[in-house]
Structures are given as structure tokens and as C-alpha cells.
Design a protein around this ligand. Structure first.
Ligand code: SF4
Length: 375
């Protein structure tokens, strides 16, 4: 409710007469079945997108809001009409709602999006000398790469610090100016001292002060990405070697510190492994009974609904579904924790759906061809 109060009324409130027209329209036309709906202002702006298992009851509840501050009342004050699309089932309603919100970013939906989820992401920034940072959520307006989601921002942040230190990657402010060693013509315009102590203590290659070439920095970045993709354990191996060297030299305090660093990176690697496992396990054919017999098949691969179709009723439809399944599941895809921004919300939605309703997993099959054959 606090978030809702941040949504300012941008236009004169909808008149009581118009509200009666809208309510009458709902009463006359809306059915109690799964649907997604849109509240639309007079100028065509979609101010809110919602979903319901029982559309008619849900929409009528908006008109019963007891107080002007209530969510329903505030949304209606900006809407001039309500449109809806029926979907076959609750899962389809959730999916469509998410996709409409991402497409239109309605102000009330955005304002209500309470970011209390305690997961975080690792973001690989763009620009000269990209860096890895922990962020609470993926940005909607950048082209950065994101790894995650992960639990425990503090632990992930500590592990990322070790990764940066081991590989010599920068972790300074985004606006820190960079000067690579292979940009000598620019040298006079840049400071000759690094922006922080990490270069002097050999924890950063020093791209701000000509400490490395673009290629040298990119090579380290490549190693970081390989680690985050789970294909290279180099950073951990390097710490292990240093730890064993320290131990042989009887530098036990240093060896213990290196062991702790290594454990933090191992914990991060463990989180990545679990994420990859989750992503890979969200790959199956999901058959959902639909309203009035409109059963649907959702082809889910790596946490995304790649395609959907009606459950086939004829041999031709079954053959078409087989081809669709082949199109979705046959192409080889590399296992990675690098998830494009636009896919993260859908991955989270699917994870949450199957966590909330574990029995739904009984409707899934990891053997697409067998499911299609049985349809
Ligand atoms: S040494 Fe320079 S590039 Fe590296 S973290 Fe410090 S300010 Fe950034």
C-alpha cells in the first residue's frame, strides 16, 4: 500500500458515471474463468495489468473498494475502460500477465513491485574495462549481462571481491576514467597515479593508469566469465597454489587467509552449480488442463516457456506438436548461469510456480518425444 501511494494521479479522476458504465460492462460480459486484464486510461495508457483465475469476481471486487486509498479504487480512478483476454488456465494467466507487464510497464504495476526479494545478481557492466558488481535486480534499460539470481547479497559480494582480487579486475566507480597501456597518445591527459590502492597491492591490473593493455584486461575478464559460466576453476586453483606455497614456507597466517578466500569462491561456485541445476531442471513439457477442455502444452526449456500449443486431438495436430517439440528441444544450448535480463523474470516466475505447486511436476515430462507420442 505504501508503494501504491507513490503513484500520482496524472489525470482527472474517472467520473462516477464512467465507473458505472465500466461496472455494467463487467457485469454483462465478464465470465468467471482465467484471464488477464488491462485497465486503460482515456488517452490509451495501460495503467495496470492483472490476472485472475475468476475474472468476473476479481473485476467486480475493484468496484467494492471501501476507501479511496485502496488499490482497486486508486487504479479505477485512472482507468476509463477495462479490457481482458481469456486464457485456458491459471499458469497461462500468470505468464501472460508477466509478459504484458514487461511489455507495457504499467505505472501501477511498476510502483507495486516490492523489491523485498532477497536475491541478487552479478552484473557484468559494459564500456571500457567492464567490471563485475552485485546488484539487487536486473536493470530494464541496459544491455549488461547478468548472472543469477543468487541468494545472500553479502556473501556473493564477498566472493566477488575475491574473484576481482585474484584476477586483477577493477571494482572502482563506474565513472573512473580508464587509460590502458596501449593508449599512450592519451597518457598526458590522464593522472599517472592509480585511482586506488589496489593497483599498488597487485589486486588490480590498473587499467586506470596504463597498468595493462586492453587485451590483458579482456583476458582476465574472459577467465572471470569462464568461472561464472562454470567451465573454469582457474581462480580457485590459483588460490590453492598460493595457499600451498604459503604453507610450505610456514606462513600459516597467510595460508589461512588464502584458504578463507578459496572457500568464499567455492561457495560462490556452489551457488552457480545449484542455479545451473535449477535452470536445467526447468526443461520439460508441461501439460495443463484448461478451462472448458482447452488443455495446453507448454514447452519449457531452461526456465523459459519457448512455445505452447493446444493438446492435440488429431494425428495431424500430434505431428505438428512433435515438430514443435523438436524445434524447441533439439538445438544444442550451452549450460550457463548467464541469463539475459529479459529472461530472468520468467525464470523466477516458473521457479516460484513449481515451488508453490510441486504436484504440478507430475504433469511434466522430461521426455518430449514420449509425451508427444502419448498425446
Ligand atoms: S587501480 Fe584503478 S582501475 Fe583498479 S580498482 Fe583502483 S581505481 Fe579502479
Amino acid at each position: 500500500m505504501r508503494a501504491m501511494s507513490k503513484v500520482k494521479l496524472l489525470r482527472p479522476p474517472t467520473s462516477d458515471t464512467q465507473l458505472r458504465v465500466m461496472r455494467g460492462h463487467v457485469r454483462e460480459h465478464a465470465l468467471d474463468r482465467p484471464a488477464v486484464y488491462q485497465m486503460i486510461a482515456a488517452d490509451g495508457e495501460i495503467v495496470y495489468v492483472g490476472k485472475s483465475k475468476q475474472l468476473r469476481s476479481r473485476l467486480l471486487s475493484y468496484f467494492r473498494a471501501a476507501f479511496p486509498e485502496d488499490k482497486g479504487a486508486r487504479i479505477l480512478r485512472e482507468a476509463e475502460r477495462i479490457e481482458w483476454t481469456y486464457v485456458p488456465n491459471e499458469f497461462g494467466a500468470l505468464l501472460n500477465e508477466l509478459r504484458l507487464i514487461k511489455r507495457y510497464r504499467p505505472r501501477f504495476n511498476v510502483a507495486m513491485k516490492y523489491d523485498g526479494r532477497n536475491y541478487c545478481f552479478i552484473k557484468l557492466t559494459r564500456g571500457p574495462a567492464p567490471k563485475l558488481v552485485v546488484v539487487r535486480g536486473p536493470g530494464s534499460d541496459d544491455n549488461a549481462l547478468y548472472y543469477g539470481p543468487f541468494m545472500g547479497a553479502m556473501g556473493v559480494g564477498e566472493a566477488l571481491r575475491e574473484l576481482n582480487d585474484v584476477l586483477g579486475l577493477r571494482d572502482c566507480a563506474a565513472d573512473q576514467r580508464m587509460h590502458f597501456a596501449d593508449q599512450p597518445e592519451l597518457f598526458d591527459t590522464f593522472p599517472r597515479t592509480p585511482g586506488c590502492i589496489r593497483f599498488e597491492v597487485r589486486k588490480c591490473l590498473g587499467p586506470c593508469v596504463g597498468g595493462c593493455t586492453v587485451q590483458q584486461y579482456d583476458e582476465r575478464l574472459f577467465l572471470a566469465r569462464a568461472f561464472l559460466d562454470g567451465v573454469d576453476d582457474g581462480p580457485i586453483e590459483r588460490l590453492r597454489d598460493d595457499m600451498e606455497d604459503a604453507s610450505e614456507r610456514l606462513e600459516y597466517e597467510r595460508a589461512a587467509a588464502l584458504r578463507d578466500k578459496m572457500r568464499r569462491l567455492e561457495a560462490l561456485r556452489g551457488q552457480f552449480a545449484r542455479l545451473r541445476f535449477a535452470v536445467e531442471n526447468l526443461s520439460f513439457v508441461y501439460t495443463v488442463p484448461g478451462f472448458d477442455g482447452a488443455d495446453r502444452v507448454y514447452l519449457i526449456r531452461r526456465g523459459l516457456v519457448r512455445a505452447e500449443a493446444a493438446v492435440p486431438k488429431t494425428m495431424d495436430e500430434a505431428a505438428a506438436l512433435m515438430r514443435l517439440i523438436d524445434d524447441v528441444f533439439s538445438p544444442v544450448e550451452r549450460a550457463t548461469t548467464q541469463i539475459p535480463t529479459h529472461e530472468i523474470d520468467e525464470l523466477l516466475l516458473l521457479s516460484s510456480w513449481f515451488r508453490r505447486f510441486p504436484d504440478e511436476l507430475h504433469r511434466t515430462s522430461a521426455s518430449p518425444a514420449a509425451v508427444a507420442a502419448a498425446s
